[in-house]
Ligand binder design. Structure first.
Ligand code: ZN
Length: 239
């Protein structure tokens, strides 16, 4: 039996899991501020490479903060820290040993050593997974989680990315609309706090979430970690 691939929580319970991939990055502290302001919990699928990177940014007090400090803060504030990979390679193209040693167990150990908790969840870069990758995740006691709703915050203009620069396709209003249009009971929403470990995330996600979270809370939704989302059982897995 391959590992389950979880795509959504219980469709009858008004819980939502916001998930952030590819960080920690410059946008992460601002996302944490928004989550704190609205009492929302979320899950961060981190890249080991971004945790290891020394300087993330100056925060608004002018102090330099490192990737590891940002992840510690997220953990201290009740968010769930999970594994994306080390450096965002498409895992099906790697050997078993590379997936295990260079990507998954490496990142799992970085997180465990940093926050003193063993991560239990994994999301493959690009959502790219096969039975072989999924069984390696299972051997490491990592549950695989994809998503049911895209904020599309990481969509870029293809012509622009070719010349080495990166222009995001959607601003805060579009991202807000993408979230509001597709979110419901048990949604796992895909957002980003970095971009494949190379570029900074779309800062439009900050104000999009600052608007979307209270709006959805007014409608009776709770923002919970992936762990809490799945704790109610009856979650949805990919066929
Ligand atoms: Zn990613």
């Amino acid at each position: 039996m391959p590992n389950e691939i979880i795509v959504k929580g219980n469709p009858k319970i008004p819980n939502i899991a916001l998930t952030f991939d590819d960080g920690p990055g410059k946008v992460t502290p601002y996302i944490l501020d928004v989550l704190r302001r609205h009492g929302a919990k979320a899950t961060f699928f981190c890249l080991g490479y971004c945790i290891d990177k020394n300087i993330v940014d100056k925060d608004y007090t002018g102090k330099y903060i490192t990737g590891s400090e940002v992840v510690k803060r997220a953990n201290d504030e009740g968010h769930l820290i999970a594994v994306h990979s080390y450096d965002h390679l498409a895992l099906p193209g790697l050997t078993d040993e590379e997936i295990l040693n260079n990507e998954l167990s490496r990142t799992k150990n970085i997180i465990t050593n940093l926050i003193g908790k063993t991560p239990m969840y994994f999301r493959p870069p690009y959502g790219s997974i096969n039975d072989r990758v999924n069984n390696i995740a299972k051997a490491l006691d990592l549950k695989t989680v994809l998503w049911s709703c895209r904020s599309a915050d990481s969509s870029t203009e293809p012509a622009v990315i070719l010349d080495g620069s990166l222009k995001y396709k959607y601003g805060p209003v579009d991202i807000y609309n993408n979230i509001m249009r597709n979110t419901g009971n048990g949604s796992i929403i895909l957002c980003h706090d970095g971009h494949s470990g190379t570029h900074e995330a779309n800062f439009g996600i900050i104000s999009a979430l600052d608007r979307a979270i209270p709006k959805l809370q007014q409608k009776g939704f709770n923002f919970v970690t992936v762990d809490d989302l799945l704790a109610t059982g009856n979650y949805v897995i990919q066929d």
